[in-house]
Write a protein that binds this ligand. Structure first.
Ligand code: BGC
Length: 887
């Protein structure tokens, strides 16, 4: 029987409807059920404004629309603090959904004038050039009623708020990291359950965080955004301000002595809470936007127990959590004996072991150490840090206050902490190592999406490097609902780009790299101004991200990008190029096989083509025509510069061919065929090992697929020798590494000083897994139409991929059975269609299907080119390594 219902109603791209910053949020509804070929023809929407109040009113609408995603708000705009209950029914030709469960939306403070609070700081200035002790702000207040109570709160620093001793909400590292000079996010919390009628106390501890702490490598810089931590908070009951930060607050200190992002937290429980200082009020710059974020909050999303606790050869106690993760360790105090007072437990966090001891060299100047000194009275049953985070799998525990000095498993719990985006992508196949690779990609993303998308989470960096996100965005957007987070990050990118009349996107967003000299234009990295909004648009289909970023992307391409006389990149510009290809020496990560100018110019032609498309989508037709002309001209200049008539490239490397093939830069079929042939030759002569860095890795398998050589892409995917994707898996990795050989085959660490074991860029291979192995990609932006085209290959005999789109779950499962039979099952949510192209067919032979479950079975003819043979140099240099797939 056809079943159909609405499983979720959402507002803009907010994780939920609470505390939003839009007065007229567009509505989307997600379907569940397997109704066949179902399309929406109309929608009925009921909006109950201000439910339960004297001004309650119900409005009902019927809209003749097939749209179920981002439907305009149909009723009067909401005001600050308004609440509405939204219920939706989607109407089809013969079948309609039941009314959805009511979903509540509540606006936060939409006007700056709603803020009555003043920014407060301690009246005792904190040190500027050394670590700052967290400040505790406090205020007592009285309430007569605890009806609808809201705390609107943000800080200069990272805050933790308590009301009457109980923690407010479950957000961590709030308010998160934004470009604080331009945009400061605030949070809204429902706090009625924490309030009592009569006397109450609000206590907010603020650590230096990203705002005033040390950021950047080579020692970095402190106090980048400001020298003092501060607090801005306003508590309202029934819309009336009851307490707000102002000069009547007091402040002081508690047991935390130090707490820094890189170095960790130092707490001494013998220190008592002392609230004896006054506060001073400060002006919050008026042009700083106070924003209710679409970026989901950082939360603890999982807890992990140790898999082992043992002593290292030198006698250190080492705890292994079995997974490289980001967050911190919660310490359970329960098992201590009597003599713990005054003792200090030290937790040192590392990603890897070297010679069975903690390998801390990759951390560079990040101590990544938490230290807890105990008082006679154990404060609470548990302890965990508040204003730091670590990237780690192993923790060395010193000073554990029991006789054995060894904690037991129950004493320590790793708390996994990251931006709490909804997971929207899953992949699995018959090969356990490929599944582990996919799991590593996902863990790499979780650990590096901590308020902003970062390069790595462990060393003295953890910054929003643009190029890293640029090459990984397509993969990220499939795996998690990234719209809110990346929309927030891109807003910062453009705010910073135009600082001081500039036009260059910063290399890291938020930009904390001023210490490293003036901004540089950098292909791939600066190009994220165009590529990331485009990727977000592809996955979510919302043109508003393109509109939001249009000024930024055009300013970069028209005015920022330095050009030579032929309109390609200026030859004197420094480039990072195909960063970290495997041939780059440990201390020279940009020294790649591929000409960095070729990389830059291939990207330039590509982003110019994207600008033509984006301008058309936004209705800027004249500009679209100009960019299209520019693209066609640049493409010819590129061809003349780099491509021979037979398709050989000036840089004879995997990355060069991958860029040219994926960005469609050849002029003739002869060039296309020639470049495919040459890429095949390079892949075979390299023994199927990867030879690409940041620019080529996301594209190499896709290029092989476009060139009709999926079998070679499979062969590269399945290669295990270094460098390859599975090499790290053979070495026991649980996240993606920064370098193909972050750990060398003998288990020692790469001698380079840029050495992370949690960098997501090379994880961009997962997009090929989703699209080609799994077999689904968006044929129209936002997944309104899906291309289902699995291409089996290699030794993989089954795969499953799922994507939770804004329409509902898209599923695709295939298997090869009895040797030659291929079975495909797909499940599509309501209101979308798919083009299904079976193995062996070309796109024109595909069939169109609508929603529901569909099954296809065909005879399967495996690719006779599998297993491909490597090409070795001729004897006497011939020392063929055994090939596990050779027949
Ligand atoms: C980061 C990279 C980044 C690069 C560019 C590194 O230190 O970790 O991922 O993109 O610098 O210079």
């Amino acid at each position: 029987m056809d079943e159909l219902s609405i499983s979720k109603v959402t507002f803009e791209h907010y994780p939920d409807g609470f505390g939003i910053g839009h007065s007229a949020p567009r509505l989307s509804w997600r379907f569940s059920g397997e109704a066949r070929d179902w399309k929406q023809v109309a929608a009925e929407i009921k909006i109950l404004l201000n439910p339960g109040s004297s001004s309650e009113s119900l409005e009902t609408f019927r809209i003749e629309t097939s749209d179920s995603v981002l439907v305009p708000w149909p009723v009067r705009p909401l005001k600050s603090r308004d609440i509405a209950e939204v219920t939706v029914r989607a109407i089809g030709e013969s079948l309609s959904t039941p009314w959805s469960a009511p979903t509540t939306v509540e606006t936060a403070l939409l006007d700056r004038g709603d803020w009555k609070a003043e920014l407060i700081e301690s009246d005792i200035p904190q040190p500027v050039d050394s670590t700052k002790r967290p400040v505790i702000f406090q205020k007592g207040f009285v309430v007569d009623s605890v009806e609808k109570s809201r705390l609107y709160i943000t800080a200069h620093g990272i805050y933790e708020a308590k009301i009457n001793g109980k923690r407010v909400g479950d957000h961590l590292l709030a308010p998160g990291w934004t470009s604080y000079n331009h945009r400061l996010n605030y949070q809204t919390h429902a706090v009625q359950s924490l309030l009592v009628k009569g006397d109450n106390t609000i206590t907010v501890e603020v650590g230096e965080g990203w705002y005033a702490g040390r950021l950047g490598f080579m020692g970095g810089v402190r106090s980048i955004y400001g020298e003092q931590v501060g607090l801005l908070a306003q508590l309202e009951v029934d819309g009336s301000v009851i307490v707000k930060t102002d000069s009547t607050w007091s402040c002081g200190t508690g047991p935390i002595l130090e707490s820094e992002i890189y170095d960790g937290e130092v707490v001494d429980h013998r220190e008592e809470l002392k609230i004896s200082n006054s506060v001073v009020t400060k002006d919050l710059e008026h042009d700083v936007i106070l924003a209710a974020p679409e970026n989901p909050p950082v939360r603890c999303t999982e807890e992990i127990s140790p898999v082992s606790i043992s002593k290292s050869p030198s006698g250190n106690v080492i705890v292994d959590f079995g997974q490289n993760l980001v967050g911190w360790v919660r310490v359970n105090f329960k098992s201590f004996g009597p003599d713990f007072a005054g003792k200090t437990i030290r937790l040192s966090h590392v990603e890897v072991l070297e010679n069975e001891e903690c390998g801390s060299r990759p951390l560079r100047l990040a101590k990544a150490q938490d230290s807890i000194t105990l008082s006679e009275q154990l404060p609470e049953a548990f302890w965990e840090p508040k204003f730091t985070f670590h990237g780690f799998r192993y923790v060395q525990v010193d000073g554990w206050p029991t006789e054995s000095a060894m904690p037991i498993t129950e004493d320590l719990t790793a708390r996994v902490v990251h931006t709490d985006m909804e997971q929207t992508g899953w992949f699995e196949c018959s090969d356990a190592m490929v599944n582990k690779l996919h799991s590593n990609v996902r863990w790499g993303m979780r650990g590096n999406f901590v308020s902003v998308p970062t390069d790595c989470p462990q060393r003295d960096e953890r910054m929003g490097w643009t190029g890293d996100l640029g090459v990984f965005a397509g993969t990220a957007n499939f795996l998690y609902d990234t719209h809110g987070m990346l929309g927030n990050w891109l807003a910062d990118l453009s705010a910073e780009q135009f600082e001081k009349d500039g036009v260059l996107p910063p290399p890291v967003v938020p930009d904390v790299m001023q210490f490293a000299g003036p901004r540089q234009p950098l292909a791939v990295w600066s190009d994220v101004a165009v590529t990331a909004p485009w990727d977000v648009y592809q996955n979510f289909g919302d043109t508003s991200i393109l509109r939001q970023q249009y000024k930024s992307m055009t300013a970069w391409v028209d005015r920022g990008l330095p050009r030579g006389p032929n309109r390609l990149w200026s030859k004197t510009a420094h480039q990072l190029g195909d960063w970290l290809d495997p041939s780059a020496p440990p201390q020279d990560p940009g020294k790649a096989l591929t000409d960095s100018q070729l990389v830059a110019n291939a990207y330039l032609v590509h982003i110019t083509a994207l600008l033509a498309k984006i301008s058309t989508i936004l209705g800027y037709h004249e500009r679209a025509a100009t960019y299209q002309r520019e693209f066609e001209e640049l493409k010819v200049v590129f061809q003349n510069e780099y491509i021979t008539p037979n398709g050989r490239l000036a840089s004879d490397s995997q990355t060069a061919y991958a860029l040219v093939i994926c960005f469609d830069l050849c002029a003739t079929n002869q060039q296309k065929e020639g470049s495919g042939d040459r890429l095949e030759f390079l892949v075979r002569t390299n023994g199927f090992k990867v030879a690409t860095g940041f620019a080529g890795t996301p594209l190499i398998c896709r290029a092989l697929s476009i060139a009709g050589r999926d079998f070679l892409a499979y062969r590269m995917l399945l290669e295990k020798k270094c460098p390859s994707w599975l090499y790290a898996v053979t070495m026991g990795s649980t996240t993606m590494w920064e370098r193909w050989d972050s750990m060398l085959p003998d288990g020692s660490l790469n001698p380079g000083d840029m050495l992370s074991f949690n960098h997501y860029a090379f994880g961009a291979i997962a997009q090929w897994l989703h699209q080609v192995v799994g077999g689904i990609s968006a044929l129209q932006p936002g997944w309104k139409k899906v291309l289902v085209r699995p291409v089996p290959g290699g030794i993989i005999t089954s795969a499953s991929v799922k994507h939770l789109s804004q329409y509902g779950m898209i599923e695709c499962h295939w298997r090869i059975y009895e040797g030659q039979k291929f079975n495909l099952e797909i499940i599509l949510p309501a209101n979308i269609t798919a083009l299904v192209v079976l193995p062996g067919q070309i796109e024109g032979q595909g069939v169109e299907v609508g929603s529901g479950r569909h099954e296809f079975s065909i005879e399967y003819v495996s690719d006779t080119r599998w297993p491909p043979k490597p090409i070795h140099p001729p004897p006497p240099f011939y020392h063929a390594e055994p090939d596990e797939f050779a027949g």
